[in-house]
Design a protein around this ligand. Structure first.
Ligand code: ATP
Ligand code: MG
Length: 138
């Protein structure tokens, strides 16, 4: 069993896609073991995406991620990190495979509807960033 952090980004929440995204994960065997709605401050978004600090898109990305409510959830399942990313598709919705969440719902490389951790260390950092022990069902 593995855990990953997923976020329905402000564009997904704004467009009423919370149910669609969660259903896609659940239909594919990923179990939601923690979830909450979070409106990040700019500073919280910067901390979450600290690995991207210094990149050209950092300012715009963290402004976007703090622009409205998001849904933050922990998904659990076998190979959950890679499976969630497969369901999301490539970062750029135009390059994402047919049938993926980003291809179906993403607007552009920034407003791409959903986030997923990219590896075990990142997943641990990201889950800890948003969770305390009481929030994760066991
Ligand atoms: P995420 O981390 O959100 O799951 P990802 O791992 O596919 O996405 P990263 O390279 O980690 O992609 O980039 C993080 C986020 O930053 C992307 O999801 C996207 O919203 C934004 N982003 C990435 N590259 C660009 C870019 N070239 N221009 C604008 N925004 C970008
Ligand atoms: Mg990433």
């Amino acid at each position: 069993m593995e855990r990953t952090l997923s976020i329905i980004k402000p564009d997904g929440v704004e467009r009423g896609l919370i149910g669609e995204v969660i259903k896609r994960f659940e239909d594919n065997g990923l179990k939601v073991i923690a979830m909450k709605m979070v409106k990040m401050s700019k500073e919280e978004a910067e901390g979450f995406y600290h690995v991207h600090r210094g990149k050209a898109f950092f300012e715009s990305l963290t402004t976007f991620m703090s622009s409205g409510p998001t849904v933050v959830m922990v998904l659990e399942g076998d190979n959950a990190i890679q499976r969630a990313r497969d369901l999301m598709g490539a970062t750029n919705p135009q390059e994402a495979a047919e049938g993926t969440l980003r291809r179906q719902f993403g607007s552009n490389i920034e407003s791409n509807t959903v986030h997923g951790s990219d590896g075990p260390d990142t997943a641990t950092f990201e889950i800890d960033y948003f969770s305390n022990d009481l929030e994760i069902s066991r």
